[in-house]
Design a protein around this ligand. Structure first.
Ligand SMILES: NC(=O)c1ccc[n+]([C@@H]2O[C@H](COP(=O)([O-])OP(=O)(O)OC[C@H]3O[C@@H](n4cnc5c(N)ncnc54)[C@H](O)[C@@H]3O)[C@@H](O)[C@H]2O)c1
Length: 433
């Protein structure tokens, strides 16, 4: 049976390397589509949990995971040898930055090296990890081509970025346009047919480089617009204006404007990282992407701004940061998501810790955090705890928080996310970003 037939008849075996925020939901989706799915991850704990049907990603439906594991449609292993039996391989490993904010694609390279040991004809390989334009054709292609297998005839290679928005209840992988760029027209055709089985809308582009660039551009777009509104928030603070009122007013224009909201910084595995992939690549073309650098500078400055403003607020009440008791509300990088990666909340806590404040935090999604070598366990949100703090500092506006209780009992609420907007009783003690 040809690869195309195996794909359309859904008898193909799909290997998914990297069972994290991207890989696990994708594995469940592919298994539910009807494929036999093998997940490969270097982390023993994740492999064991998947094989037990024990969910660890909030975007995954725990029952669906159990069903596909019990039905024998999804299993996991640490052994790359499992790739030998796969007809399709999707690579979903992390693409972090080095300490100097340069791309670190070592996980992609490592996985591709492992893959080269298990190549066979009639195999589709798709890179889904976010990366700089040129990775698929400049890094994966030469490594895979060394096998002697003919690209576009025996071995098919494509890039298709994952665009999932963790926590988004309306848009998941299956109903979000899937960009696909193939190394050859045949690669595109096979990859497109594969995704058509599980995703409602496919958007083919002319090359992997276009797909890679598009994905990074999408995240640059967010980073730049968030930076713009963060800068506006700082200006509104100086001018005594409510930035949220300004944004809401601007959003009444039904063309040419899209609201973005300020906050204590940006987090997650995408917005703080991906733009630097492009900035790094651009230098090869004698171009300094100033928008990207500037947005990074403003967004990374926001935790410092939050701490400086908190200092001012306490000063006015005859208190200083040193010795103040601050109750932090929300530490994940965005609301309703159990992901603390790159979260600006931890940076704010680190800065406050340096200033000698006494910290406690509340977050239903994160039982414990470590801040510069110090461990904190989440505490329950109680009226007494709120009342005893010098300030309730809202850094992530989870909907589970009782904002009425916070506003009613805290001597001061510094709300960096406008989480208290629906509180109805008097709010003189609330200060926005
Ligand atoms: N998290 C998101 O919201 C999101 C959205 C779109 C795109 N992406 C991109 O998808 C990619 C994966 O991100 P993620 O959030 O799923 O990361 P993650 O850290 O949640 O998961 C990656 C998994 O890969 C495994 N892994 C790492 N190196 C490995 C190796 N050499 N061999 C086998 N397994 C390995 C890790 O153990 C982990 O389980 C990144 O490029 C990211 O930029 C992420």
């Amino acid at each position: 049976m040809s690869l195309l037939e195996k794909i359309t008849k859904r008898t193909a075996t799909v290997g998914i390397v990297g069972l994290g925020y991207v890989g696990l939901p994708l594995a469940v989706l592919q298994a539910r589509t009807g494929y036999r799915v093998v997940g490969i991850d270097e982390a023993a704990e994740k492999v064991e949990r998947v094989n037990r049907g024990d969910n660890y990603i909030s975007d995954v439906d725990a029952t669906e995971l159990q069903q596909v594991v019990r039905a024998g449609r999804l299993s996991a292993t640490q052994e790359f040898g499992a790739l030998r039996e796969c007809d399709v391989v999707l690579i979903c490993v992390p693409t972090p930055l080095t300490r100097n904010k340069e791309p670190d694609i070592s996980a992609i390279v490592k996985v591709t090296r492992e893959l080269t040991k298990h190549l066979h004809p009639d195999l589709l390989v798709v890179l889904e990890s976010t990366t700089y334009p040129g990775t698929t054709e400049g890094v994966l292609l030469p490594m895979l081509a060394q096998s002697g297998l003919k690209i576009g005839q025996e071995l098919y290679l494509a890039f298709s970025p994952e665009r999932v928005d963790p926590g988004n209840r309306s848009f998941k992988t299956h109903n979000t346009f899937k960009l696909v760029g193939g190394v050859t027209p045949a690669c595109l055709e096979i990859a497109r047919t594969f995704y058509e089985q599980s995703v409602v809308k496919i958007f083919p582009v002319s090359s992997p480089r276009v797909a890679e660039m598009t994905k990074v551009f999408e995240n640059v777009f967010r980073s730049v617009n968030i930076a713009l509104v963060n800068e506006l928030a700082v200006l509104c603070d100086r001018m005594g204006l409510n930035v949220y009122e300004v944004i809401d007013a601007a959003a009444t224009k039904n063309f040419g404007f899209m609201p973005f909201y300020p906050g204590p910084g940006v987090g997650g595995h995408c917005i703080p990282l991906d733009p630097y992939y492009l900035a790094w690549k651009a230098k090869e073309y004698d171009l300094h992407t100033r928008f990207i650098e500037l947005a990074g500078e403003i967004n990374e400055g926001m935790p410092y701004y939050v701490v400086a403003k908190l200092q001012r607020l306490l000063n006015r009440r005859g208190r200083c940061l040193n010795g103040a008791s601050i109750l932090v509300l929300g530490v994940t990088y965005k609301a309703e998501v159990a992901d603390p990666r790159e979260t600006p909340a931890l940076k704010v806590m680190e800065l406050l810790q340096q200033e000698g404040t006494t910290l406690a935090y509340v977050d239903p999604y994160t039982p414990a955090v470590e801040v510069a070598g110090r461990s904190y366990a989440a505490v329950p949100l109680t009226a007494q705890r709120v009342a005893q703090s010098d300030c309730a500092l809202i850094l992530t506006a989870h909907s589970a928080f009782d904002y009425e209780l916070i506003v009613r009992h805290a001597p001061l609420v510094f709300d960096t996310r406008n989480g208290t907007r629906h509180v109805v009783h008097r709010k003189e003690n609330v200060v926005l970003l």
